[in-house]
Design a protein around this ligand. Structure first.
Ligand SMILES: C[S@@+](CC[C@H](N)C(=O)[O-])C[C@H]1O[C@@H](n2cnc3c(N)ncnc32)[C@H](O)[C@@H]1O
Length: 393
């Protein structure tokens, strides 16, 4: 069986070009490039644009990223998506660069990720507590990304239980959106018949039934969410009840909305574009995760929860690529996700042999390059979580 994780040491531009030549394709690219906080590209700080403003720093960063994103594009499959982590230093430049490389129509989202819930306390100004994920498809028409997650569904939102033990909730059959009314949706305004004693609902009158027409809370005419044929097809998923309305007691019709769908399949909830630390983890929890496996050897890892949420938007056999792998969080998350759901994802991680700082925890632990850190973590993941590791150079 193919190992879940593969690590390649090297400059990612060379590695990406080689992968393209070898015909390799990936379904999901996640990268967390250097954020350009001012130190990495400081040597060109004084280059000024025609308007006299300093731009060298951004130009140098974009010049570094452009060929790498183009090379990444060349190894993406037709169902692929790319997620890029970035903070305020380069977010605006990266967005335009991604528009350029992938096309504006391929933009899917700019997600705000609350990775530092306490907020940055160093320096002046605001206590920045978020960064971004820019999300693009290779081709939005064929992209497999499903912007929803099963993890967000809360069982407590489905408080009722039927005789077979299936959880559900009651939703009004009436469309509560004021945009829909007998003028805008005339075919959905018709009487249905229900018996609040037995709960039975039908489109034709029967013994003991009340006629129910859809109305808003204020008594104005509304429409149903289901057509007549759908009501006839699924009467058991509807129930008639007596309720206390604003204008006194009335009889109304509700849908039984099942936690696990009508076919017993998994229910998913659309992902919002703000991801909270309590949902995906924070930089602090990421440091703790790395510490538990290898030690406190990397300053700004990402939490595996963040990558797992990204993985959950793609098929469970996705081929994943992270070519700014750092401490190897993406490979770790892939192994955890495979164990959790039996998926067959694989992950290729790439990092250069950038030296670690002499005297740092990493260097003191004998990890002399960042590639040594990536390897150390992915080996520990293979031992603790499973899935093996293929090491290449
Ligand atoms: C912000 S870190 C990634 C952190 C990672 N997401 C994690 O959770 O640990 C960026 C990484 O990119 C690596 N890097 C920078 N330029 C590179 C290049 N040209 N080729 C390969 N790796 C590179 C750096 O060594 C650094 O580890």
């Amino acid at each position: 069986m193919e190992p879940w994780n593969t690590f390649v040491e090297g400059d990612n531009l060379e590695v990406l070009r080689r992968l393209a030549q070898e015909g390799e394709r990936f379904d999901l690219v996640y990268i967390d490039p250097p954020y350009n906080t001012g130190n990495d590209f400081a040597y060109v700080d004084d280059i000024r644009g025609a308007d006299g403003r300093r731009r060298g720093r951004h130009d140098a960063w974009v010049a570094m990223m452009r060929p790498r994103l183009e090379a990444a594009r060349a190894v993406m499959s037709e169902r692929a998506a790319i997620y890029v982590s970035i903070d305020d230093n380069e977010a605006a430049y990266l967005r335009l660069l991604l528009d350029d490389v992938f096309g504006e129509e391929s933009f899917l989202a700019q997600v705000v990720v609350n990775l530092n819930p306490k907020g940055r306390q160093l320096g002046g100004g605001f206590a920045t507590s978020h960064e971004y994920l820019l999300v693009y498809a290779l081709d939005p028409r064929t992209c497999a990304l499903d912007a929803s997650s099963a993890d967000l569904v809360d069982e407590r939102d489905f408080p009722l239980v039927d005789a077979a033990g299936r959880r559900y909730r009651h939703l009004p059959l009436r469309n509560t959106n004021k945009k829909f009314n007998p003028v805008t949706a005339p075919t959905l305004h018709f009487p249905v018949y229900g018996d609040p004693e037995s709960g039975r609902v039908a489109t034709a009158p029967f013994d003991g039934s009340h006629e129910v027409t859809p109305v808003f809370g204020d008594g104005r005419p509304a429409v149903w969410r289901w057509s007549r044929p759908l009501i006839d097809e699924r009467p058991d998923d509807l129930v008639c009840r007596r309720i206390a309305g604003r204008q006194g007691e009335r009889v109304d019709v509700f849908q039984r909305d099942w936690l696990h769908g009508v076919d017993g399949g998994g229910r998913r909830k659309k992902l919002r574009t703000i991801w909270l630390a309590e949902e995906v983890g924070s930089t602090d929890t990421a440091v703790a995760e790395l510490k538990a496996l290898v030690g406190h050897v990397f300053e700004s890892p990402k939490p595996t929860g963040l990558i797992r949420r990204i993985l959950a938007t793609m098929p469970d056999d996705a081929r994943v690529l992270d070519f700014f792998a750092g401490s190897g969080t993406t490979g770790h998350a892939v192994a955890l996700a495979n164990v959790a759901d039996g998926g067959r994802r694989s992950c290729l991680s790439v990092n250069s042999a950038e030296p670690t700082r002499p005297g740092s925890n990493a260097a003191n632990a004998g990890l002399l390059t960042v590639a040594d850190i990536t390897r150390a973590r992915l080996r520990a993941v293979a031992a603790a979580v499973g899935g093996g590791l293929d090491e290449r150079s």
